[in-house]
Write a protein that binds this ligand. Structure first.
Ligand code: NAP
Length: 275
């Protein structure tokens, strides 16, 4: 999704692509250079604060940093609950803070997930976001304790993923309130199931949500790339401190699911509102 968003950036912007695997980044840089961009690769593991700080410094060395798209993440099938919390949740703390320090103005788009919407808001409070900044080990232990309530290993990872992504939304909101006066706008986006490498890996469990989407299909990386790029575009400058749910209608389709089959395009329909 990050690369799909990069393909939608204005050609005059210098692009820095990041992730853990340099080979993958170099291939993407080659593709973008062929398309006329100036692009650079910089390897970084977002669960390591010093890596993220080095990435921010590298980007700032190339010019004014004006857009940060934080799409790095791991899914339940890829990692343990602890890794999910460290990469997805703490990674967001490191990215937002490190880039705030090098930005004079601009936008940060944090990528969350529609999985966050299965949890009530209170599970991730502003207090927990503060704790992540003050004592990250305590914050991770707190969320791992919640995960330990679930017996099944995949469901444990699923809960850790949902918690990590709930954290992304709440932390982005907090940063929007804190950084706004400095001219830095912060928003988050929550994709539904999208046909990237990760989406294909999760399509078994996550595929159940497809029945509730408007078109009964996965999103494409291009659709999400466009949504992310438009959130980062300054023409959307009044969009801050919110999460944009970009899931083909799945979350609300499920909440408003039909109790009776609706006759196609005629007659009245009955819906049950859930939750
Ligand atoms: N695809 C979906 O259905 C879906 C749904 C909802 C939300 N999302 C979220 O959308 C974002 C983008 O996912 P995607 O679908 O584009 O997945 P993807 O194709 O697997 O891309 C994720 C990228 O993150 C990088 N990454 C993973 N861990 C990292 C780490 N510790 N440090 C730095 N980079 C790391 C990976 O590169 P390396 O492995 O080389 O590091 C990879 O390039 C993720 O945050 C994901 O949770 C995806």
């Amino acid at each position: 999704m990050g690369l799909a968003a990069a393909r939608q950036m204005p050609q005059e912007e210098i692009l820095v692509l990041s992730g853990r695997t340099l080979k993958k980044l170099e291939k993407a840089v080659e593709e973008l250079e062929k398309a006329g961009y100036e692009a650079h690769a910089f390897a970084c593991d977002t669960s390591r604060r010093e890596d993220v700080e080095a990435l921010a410094a590298y980007a700032a060395g190339l010019g004014d940093v004006c857009k940060v798209i934080h799409a790095a993440g791991l899914s339940p099938a890829m990692a343990s609950p602890e890794q999910l919390l460290r990469v997805n949740a703490l990674g967001t703390v490191y990215v937002n803070r490190a880039f705030r320090n090098v930005m004079n103005h601009g936008v940060i788009v944090d990528v969350s997930s529609s999985s966050a919407y299965v949890l009530p808001d209170f599970v991730v409070s502003n207090g927990l976001c503060d704790l992540a900044e003050r004592d990250e080990e305590r914050m991770v232990r707190h969320l791992l304790r919640i995960c330990s309530l679930v017996p099944d290993a995949y469901k444990k990872a699923g809960l850790a993923y949902a918690l990590s992504k709930k954290f992304v939304i709440r932390y982005a909101q907090l940063c929007a309130a804190r950084y706004g006066r400095e001219g830095i706008r912060v928003v988050s986006i929550s994709p539904g199931l999208v046909a990237t490498d990760m989406g294909k890996l999760e399509s078994g469990e996550g595929g159940r949500m497809l029945a509730y989407t408007a078109e009964h299909r996965m999103g494409t990386p291009e659709e999400l790339g466009w949504a992310i790029a438009s959130l980062a575009d300054e023409r959307n400058g009044y969009l801050a401190g919110v999460d944009v749910l970009c899931d083909g209608g799945a979350v609300w389709g499920r909440r408003c699911r039909k109790v009776h089959d609706e006759p196609a395009r005629s007659g009245s329909s009955a819906f049950a509102l859930q939750g």
